[in-house]
Design a binder for this molecule. Structure first.
Ligand code: ADP
Ligand code: MG
Length: 698
């Protein structure tokens, strides 16, 4: 039966060998199944006409009937002219703008004739306008209620060959007409009924060629559910398999911890820290391998939680390691952990790309004979030559930057048992993202800040007010505080970045004569960076001029002012991370976001969010809404999330239900043997061959 969907696309009516080749090459569509699963990413609603007065900027497109009231050619010289038409209906007026084919449109457009116009409205200069609209004279045929057009992601090469969304729709329709008997249901009957989900075959038709908004909506809801349901089913299954099949070393001795608590703990742990430590201890005693995500905002005190957990491993004769994404961070963790370790006589070393050969040799040996208890480092830890006597616990800081493959590599470093895994992240992740990205991990949250931390005052200032900002900085310097000034990084042009940074540095030098400055950027040698960071940390320099290399984790309690230049160029979570560099000491801290006057709506929202809240989860939620899930934390590049239709910013409700139901099913019927679950079993058998991620599980 399934061979129907494996049929080559060229045998579909209307396609043929030549177009098939383009579909292969450009879109990866080889078979009937590929075409059917090539979902449109949006739909054009040509079923209704809008009134100009009802236009809003968040409309994807508007379809309007109106008359052209005036036409004007603006500007002079080749490439600088634009044709602007005033377009009216009975409710209001707007502008239509052409930058290209101007002479053609000058001839084509007729004053006072009635047109149907279609395009994306943009608010600009006090008017709505559509640039390069689709426009045609109103005729009896296009005056009728129109249609929905599915829009597919296509390439320029395809368009040149007239392979457009309309054509794809026609092909899909041809396919659906013959595919009907072969489309299998993938969701159990009971769930379809419970959530009133439409059958798969309807959903596919209604997604590709809907007749109404209602059909489209039904189709989307059903297919989103399916996608998230299988995503969750896989993650939950993975975590169950681990829990059932992967034994973990049992750590339950606590003499080192007791000693540390009684003699050396520098402060009382917060309630949240205590709770999370308890959760970790329960895992470490359980005899099952731990896989736990620890989320905690910047400054929430994750390091000590990691250290105490490591003590538990060490107490039972095992070793621990901690991996950080950058050298500076690794250095800092090392310094912090060593402070504690020295008190207890626990040996700690650091291994990074810049470790010397001699040091490495010593470390390798001490790891193998078990004298070295905690190894801190960067990616260098992953190298095959780094072998432990008995690695019991791995802590990974700032998970986002490490891929799943790297996590797996750490796993392999212990022979008898997989080491327990603790993944720490300071980048708050919206719930939906956490569920899909880390749905296979258990989850702990440090949702409380250490006491005495003053809220950071965040303000937005325009470049024009720079002198005032400088004045404020001078006052803070006089009080003995230190200041960060961060410049953005334009990845396309490193040269420009540096110029930008050095220009900034010079202007600060001029504005603050006699004040010792540091400068740090990504092009510096790690040694020099470290040297400058240390000078700043020791208080020898007062202002740190830097690019985002100071973004994560760097800790200088006396630095209480963060000035972010061109703040519009930073993402929201990045701004939040940067702000987290201050507010670490007892003084009132400030974050000043500098921009020029021209700000997009999204930028305004970002700045406003920063000014209003310090809550990382709120911020990550707004970030998700503004940017969409693909961009979050570099997850798209790492290929961690592959969702075709569900949108993590919008579909939290569906995701929750899908997760709940997946849980229930795997709990009551782990091997999927019940009749009602047969569609799931069959579907998994089918996708297993295609999607590697399922292979490891069943
Ligand atoms: P992060 O979660 O960002 O890694 P750190 O572990 O670096 O946070 O902790 C931030 C600062 O707060 C450190 O200086 C640490 O010593 C301090 N700290 C951590 N926990 C507490 C606590 N319970 N009480 C007071 N200070 C704490
Ligand atoms: Mg930290």
């Amino acid at each position: 039966m399934s061979s129907f969907f494996e049929t080559k696309i060229e045998s579909l009516r209307g396609v043929g060998p030549q177009k098939a080749e383009w579909l292969n090459k450009e879109l990866g569509i080889f078979t009937f199944a590929d075409l059917l699963e090539y979902y449109p990413f949006r739909h054009e609603d040509r079923t209704q006409f809008h009134r100009i007065a009802d236009i809003t900027e968040d409309m994807f497109a508007a379809q309007i009937v109106g008359r052209i009231a005036s036409i004007e050619l603006i500007g002079s010289g080749v490439g600088k002219q634009r044709l602007v038409a005033t377009f009216r209906d009975s409710t209001s007026h707007m502008e239509l703008v052409w930058f290209q084919s101007i002479t053609y449109f000058q001839k084509y457009l007729k004053l006072n004739a009635e047109y149907v116009v279609y395009g994306k409205p943009v608010w600009f200069g006090g008017n709505y306008s559509i640039t390069h609209p689709e426009i045609e004279l109103l005729t009896p045929s296009n005056n009728k209620k129109g249609y929905f057009q599915a829009i597919y992601s296509l390439t320029e090469k395809l368009r040149k060959r007239y392979i457009e969304s309309k054509l794809i729709s026609i092909w899909v329709k041809n396919l659906l007409d013959i595919a009907d008997p072969y489309i299998n249901e993938t969701i159990p009957e009971s769930l379809l009924t419970k959530y009133r989900l439409v059958a798969k075959k309807h959903a596919l038709r209604w997604l590709h060629v809907p007749k109404s908004q209602a059909e489209l909506h039904q189709a989307q809801r059903r297919l989103k559910f399916e996608e998230l349901f299988y995503n969750q089913l896989r993650l939950i299954k993975l975590s169950l398999v681990r829990k059932n099949d992967y034994a973990g070393q049992v750590f339950q001795k606590t003499s080192l911890i007791t000693e540390f608590y009684n003699k050396h703990l520098p402060f009382d742990l917060t309630g949240a820290q205590k709770r999370v430590i308890k959760e970790i201890f329960a895992d470490l005693k359980s005899g099952k391998q731990m896989n736990r995500l620890i989320q905690g905002d910047v400054g929430s005190g994750k390091t000590i939680v990691a250290f105490i957990s490591m003590l538990m491993a060490i107490d039972s004769g095992a070793q621990a390691c901690m991996m950080a994404p950058t050298e500076i961070l690794a250095q800092q963790h090392y310094a912090n952990l060593k402070k504690y370790g020295d008190l207890l006589g626990v040996r700690i070393e650091i291994l990074t790309g810049s470790s010397k050969k001699k040091e490495r040799a010593i470390i390798h040996e001490a790891l193998l004979n078990g004298e070295l208890k905690i190894l801190v480092g960067t990616h260098a830890l992953l190298e095959d030559i780094v072998q432990f006597k008995n690695l019991g616990l791995c802590v990974i800081d700032e998970q986002h930057r490490f891929g799943v493959a790297q996590r797996a590599k750490l796993w392999e470093k212990n022979k008898n048992f997989y080491p327990h895994m603790m993944v720490m992240t300071a980048t708050p992740i919206p719930r939906t993202l956490a569920m899909t990205l880390f749905g296979d991990l258990d989850h702990s949250e440090i949702d409380e800040m250490p006491p005495g931390r003053k809220p950071i005052i965040t303000v937005h200032r325009y470049d024009a007010n720079r002198l005032k900002v400088f004045e404020f900085m001078r006052d803070e310097l006089k009080k003995g505080r230190q200041i960060y000034m961060v410049f953005p990084l334009i990845e396309e042009s490193e040269k420009l970045d540096l110029k930008n940074l050095y220009d900034g540095y010079e202007s600060i030098e001029r504005a603050f004569p006699g004040v010792p400055l540091s400068i740090v950027h990504g092009k510096m040698k790690p040694k020099d960076k470290e040297f400058e960071m240390q000078r700043f940390k020791k208080g020898e320099t007062k202002i740190m001029v830097a690019t985002t290399v100071i973004e994560v984790g760097v800790d200088v309690p006396n630095a209480s002012v963060m000035v972010i230049e061109s703040a519009q160029r930073f993402g929201l979570s990045q701004l939040h991370q940067l702000r987290g560099r201050v507010g670490r000491g007892a003084d009132q801290s400030f974050c000043i976001l500098m921009t020029d006057y021209k700000l997009s709506k999204d930028t305004q929202k970002r700045l406003q969010t920063m000014v209003q809240t310090e809550n990382g989860f709120v911020i990550s939620q707004v970030d998700l809404e503004l940017r969409g899930p693909g961009d979050m934390g570099g997850t798209q590049q790492s290929g961690l999330i592959d969702l075709k239709i569900a949108n993590l910013a919008k579909d939290e409700g569906i995701l929750k239900i899908a997760r709940e139901e997946a849980f229930k099913i795997l709990k009551s019927d782990p091997e999927l043997e019940m009749a009602d679950n047969l569609p799931i079993k069959l579907h998994i058998d089918k996708i297993k061959n295609k999607e590697l991620s399922w292979n490891r599980i069943s």
